[in-house]
Design a protein around this ligand. Structure first.
Ligand SMILES: Cc1cc2nc3c(=O)[nH]c(=O)nc-3n(C[C@H](O)[C@H](O)[C@H](O)COP(=O)(O)OP(=O)(O)OC[C@H]3O[C@@H](n4cnc5c(N)ncnc54)[C@H](O)[C@@H]3O)c2cc1C
Length: 442
């Protein structure tokens, strides 16, 4: 008889893993602690909630996120199939109504005859032989995180990153703002707040002087470079924001006919267009300070904040020491890790690792060998990297083209541009994955 698999955590990775196994006839018990026990960040009781930005990244194949999603579509990701139904306009970025999507994921899981959802916090790692996928995410409950350290035999690693504020649309005065995307790519969906040089420097000066939430001494300075708080970027130099999240290149303010000195972009957060999110404004400013400083921006003088930006803990295991390239624990055959706790970073990467853990576990419980994905693919190279990186400096990792096996360089003729090389790598990845899926019946 095929044993029932326990999945702990019904987030992006856990939901995807559960549906992949259930679709292959494997029975699943899916444990989720919300709504009884919250994470402090999730807002709904639903499975598969995207906790911050509503963007699943670019759809363009020469972008890392675009290739990863294209592979996940080939592999039959249930999360992405569901996400496609709740897309909101955002140029070439795949943005969704997060709440409707989570509600729908919850319905899919509840309706599946092979899935039993159990609303309780898991406090112990199940016994050694039981097939288990741990997908408790960056906000793993503290009790379970402590129990896990018994298995990993090392202190958990953690760092801090931060979320951006969300503003109610009807509180924004859009008369001084303009719609548009950089270089007019896709539809004109972002609301842009243009700043001239004087306004920019005033804003930076306000930002760096504003009060932030204090961190405990031993946790100071542990920021994740890819997700720095906006005030932290501003502290690195007076122009660092103008070359970072406020860069104006590719934008033209129709009121002046010129490129502004700097621009803040607001991205639609839901289908009804009730909310806008400040792009790249992850912050650990105190909430009162966020209101005070961000209301000095043009158009936001009366802004009402649906949610303030905040800091959060991020729990993950030292994957290179613990996992192999299929996401399985090296020292326990029946145990897999998936999602951000397994050492990947980001929504799409978490979905990817959930999908693969679910498929590999379905093979394991039905007595078939596990199959790492080819290194030339985004999914394969990501898990390969996470399981083999330098463990001493390990940080959760996003997929990037640098992880892919390089292309052979052309012996003669013109060298392809960076973008052309990425397009060729993406094409190769999709062809290899397609053939591999058919050959291996994965
Ligand atoms: C505040 C924040 C903002 C983020 N913003 C972004 C972003 O904008 N874009 C991006 O690409 N990535 C973002 N990430 C990173 C990451 O992609 C997401 O956290 C993603 O949801 C991770 O997927 P997951 O399945 O690993 O975890 P989650 O989606 O968090 O799912 C884990 C689930 O496990 C449950 N759980 C935890 N402990 C237990 C337990 N002991 N028993 C039972 N259930 C438990 C939780 O309630 C949760 O539902 C953010 C992360 C955080 C924390």
């Amino acid at each position: 008889m095929i044993p029932t698999v326990q999945v702990i955590g019904a987030g992006l990775a856990g939901s995807e893993a559960a549906l992949q196994m259930a679709d292959r006839g494997v029975r699943v018990k899916l444990y989720e602690m919300r709504p009884e026990t919250g994470t402090g960040i999730h807002e709904t009781p639903f499975a598969g909630e995207m906790v911050c930005s509503n963007s699943l990244g670019s759809t363009e194949l020469h972008s890392a996120s675009g290739l990863l999603k294209a592979e996940l579509n080939l592999l039959g990701s249930r999360f992405l199939q569901s996400a496609a139904q709740f897309r909101v306009p955002a140029g070439s970025s795949f943005s969704v109504d997060r709440h409707q999507l989570a509600e729908n994921m919850e319905k899919c899981l509840a309706a599946h005859p092979a899935i039993e959802m159990i609303r309780e916090e898991t406090r112990e790692l199940p016994e050694a032989d039981a097939p288990v996928i741990v997908a408790t995410g960056p906000l793993t409950s503290p009790v379970f995180a402590r129990r896990l350290t018994r298995f990993t035999q090392r202190r958990h690693l953690f760092f801090y990153d931060a979320t951006s504020p969300i503003i109610r649309c009807d509180s924004i005065d859009s008369s001084r703002l303009f719609r548009g995307t950089r270089y007019d790519k896709g539809e004109a969906d972002f609301l842009n707040i243009p700043l001239d040089e004087k306004a920019y420097h005033e804003f930076v000066s306000n930002l760096v002087q504003a009060e932030t939430v204090a961190l405990p001494d031993f946790e100071k300075g542990i920021f994740f470079e890819a997700c720095l708080p906006v005030e932290e970027i501003a502290r690195r130099g007076p122009m660092s924001l103008a070359f970072g999240p406020l860069k104006p290149v590719g934008l033209k303010d129709p009121h002046t006919g010129n490129m502004p000195f700097a621009a803040i972009q607001l991205r639609q957060d839901d289908i009804r267009e009730s909310f806008y999110q400040m792009v790249g404004f992850q912050t650990r400013l105190k909430w009162g300070e966020q209101q005070r400083v961000f209301r000095t921006l043009p158009g936001l003088q009366n802004a009402e904040f649906e949610r303030f930006g905040r800091m959060h803990r991020n729990t993950y295991i030292n994957a290179p020491l613990i996992l192999d390239a299929t996401g399985r624990a090296r020292k326990r055959d029946s145990l897999f890790f998936a999602g951000q706790i397994s050492g990947v970073e980001g929504y799409v990467e978490s979905i990817c690792s959930g999908l693969l853990a679910g498929r590999q576990m379905a093979r394991y419980v039905t007595g078939r060998p596990l199959l790492p994905l080819p290194r030339e693919t985004a999914c394969g190279s990501l898990l390969d990297y996470v399981s083999s990186a330098d463990w001493k400096n390990f940080r959760p990792t996003k997929f990037s083209f640098g992880l892919l096996a390089p292309l052979d360089s052309p012996r003669e003729g013109r060298k392809p541009s960076k973008r052309e090389r990425k397009e060729q790598q993406a094409q190769r990845a999709l062809e290899i994955l397609d053939q591999w899926i058919r050959r291996e019946e994965f």
